[in-house]
Design a protein around this ligand. Structure first.
Ligand SMILES: NC(=O)c1ccc[n+]([C@@H]2O[C@H](COP(=O)([O-])OP(=O)(O)OC[C@H]3O[C@@H](n4cnc5c(N)ncnc54)[C@H](OP(=O)(O)O)[C@@H]3O)[C@@H](O)[C@H]2O)c1
Length: 261
């Protein structure tokens, strides 16, 4: 694998995760970091060289890790500094490839990882407006985890179930911990046990459907069935549907807001 220049703009939660993941690439890839936030710059400065403003980018990848509401200002300020050969890679929730095409002639890759890329154990759904693996960047992304291409019209759903996905599971974990505490367990013990539970989950994955896994755990009139029945009585499916639907709708709204900006 040959090295390329990767310019990461915005070293917040996702930008730092890309940085951590790419750090162990054993080629000549050079990482350039750009960040606005003074506090973040201060925290990074002892380990990395961070620049505030883009000077000129003539080749390589521009990996945008800023919030969607900062994008249009970023484009206005930096459009003329990014040459056409640069691959624009965007994990921004709700921002379409078409939005970039309205401002740039560049090749555009839209991706939706979650923060697990920092441990090189991620998964990166992507879509793009070009054919081959330009600059072999998908190959580089494979270093951070498995990659898979999807049609762009699925990206609002992918964003809701995968980009935001860890939050659903940790929100559930937080509530399970609270319940155990309320029922009499020390919070630290409950947290430890829930962490062990999370660590045990991958061993359940395989050919079976998720519902079948649940059926294997529950026995008639047992403890799991009692809990599952309570979830059903409290419309758990409706609660989850509405949460995912709200995230999808927000992604669609961000697309509209960004395009209006
Ligand atoms: N977090 C996730 O799990 C996740 C997963 C998938 C996709 N994403 C997407 O990734 C993007 C970043 O999310 P995040 O959670 O990493 O946000 P974040 O923690 O707020 O990081 C964004 C950073 O970019 C800085 N910034 C803003 N404009 C800049 C500019 N022009 N030049 C340099 N730095 C700039 C911000 O500084 P200020 O704070 O001063 O504005 C902030 O430090 C979002 O678009 C989100 O949709 C996030």
């Amino acid at each position: 694998m040959t090295g390329i220049d990767i310019h990461i703009v915005g070293i917040g939660n996702l930008g730092i995760s890309f940085l951590e993941g790419f750090k162990s690439l054993k080629d000549n890839t050079c990482l350039y970091l750009y960040e606005n936030n003074k506090e973040t710059i201060k925290n990074l400065e002892s380990s990395y060289s961070v620049t505030t403003d883009i000077d000129q980018i003539d080749n390589g990848v521009l990996l945008l890790c800023i919030k969607p509401n900062n994008l249009n200002e970023f484009i206005n300020v930096n459009k003329s500094k990014i040459s056409e050969q640069v691959l624009i890679a965007s994990p921004l929730a709700g921002v379409t490839i078409n939005h970039f095409e309205n401002h740039f002639k560049n090749k555009v890759l839209r991706l939706m990882p979650n923060l697990a890329i920092r441990n090189n154990s991620g998964f990166i759904p992507y879509t793009k407006n070009y054919d081959e693996d330009y600059l072999h960047f998908i190959e580089k992304l494979n270093h951070l985890g498995q990659t898979n291409e999807y049609p762009e019209d699925l990206f609002d759903i992918i964003t809701a179930i995968f980009g935001s996905g860890p939050a659903w599971y940790f929100e559930l974990s937080s509530k399970i911990t609270d319940a155990a505490t309320k029922l009499g367990m020390e919070t630290d013990d409950a947290k430890f046990i829930v962490e062990q539970l999370i660590l045990s989950l991958p061993s359940f994955l395989g050919e079976q459907k998720f519902g079948e896994i649940v059926n294997n755990i529950k026995s008639p009139n047992g403890t799991t069935e009692a809990g599952i029945n309570s979830l059903k009585d409290n419309s758990f499916d409706k609660i989850i549907y509405e949460a995912i639907e709200a995230a999808v709708k927000r992604s669609i709204t961000i697309s509209k807001e960004t395009n209006d900006g």
